[in-house]
Design a protein around this ligand. Sequence first.
Ligand code: SAH
Length: 275
Amino acid sequence: MGDKIVSSDGRVYIVGAGPGDPELLTLRAARLLGEAGAVVYDRLVGAEILELCPPGCLRIFAGKSPGNHTMRQGEINSLLIDLAQEGLSVVRLKGGDPFIFGRGGEEAQALSQAGVPFEIVPGVTSATAAPAYAGVPVTHRGLSSSVTFVTAHEDPAKPETSVDYAHLAAGGGTLVFVMGARSIGRISRELLRYGMTDETPVAIVENATTGRQRALRCTLAEAPSFAEREEVAPPAVVVVGAVAALADELAWFRPEESPASPWSRLQTQTLLESI
Ligand code: SAH
């Protein structure tokens, strides 16, 4: 691992923060946050979750929003390495699961190359949690026996798509698109072009698991105009496939009953003492 001198305690935990509701954080994530010397967090991490950091913990925002990169990936990697080499216990906190479209793998590679010890703490990914909170099981006996997670985010300047829509349309399983709020037109057009039927059910889930969740249902053919009319905005997950129709029967989450500050359900200190 090279000839770098590495502090004995400096370690980076690449941690999934879950999809939004702080109660969907893992106990391991909560404990590591409670012990962190520094936390480097992303935009989709709920503010309440940061309340778990001890006083004196460095809190560094490394969030990116589409088209507005606060810190470049290389800068984030260097920051994580520097903080760990100062001997801090560093929590790199990412929305959802760090290894699902979270660039957690790239950060782990940078740490590995620098000889910095690291651990991965999986999180509840929005790719399954958002459908679940809309009443959509991503697999269901008799309806879908496979699920594919797809990133719909692509460089708008590129005329061609790098996603293999022909393959996706032919697969027959559930498709879950993340970073798709602004690409519903393309998703619909490409899947229809490669043979999916107009009537294929679609569910769109915005701000899932939070008090601002919006779950919408439409068909693949009507999805682009529907999304425009409803002003669908990120963060949103788009589910395409027969299972999406189960939302009509199984939608259970009432965002209006969700408290504005979820920690009011749970005293932070009590939580940390209990783990
Ligand atoms: N690693 C994350 C995904 C990061 S990519 C995970 O596992 O969830 C960011 C995308 O995740 C967003 O564009 C959106 O598609 C999705 N996303 C994250 N949080 C969400 C939420 N609360 N509701 C709906 N989609 C969400």
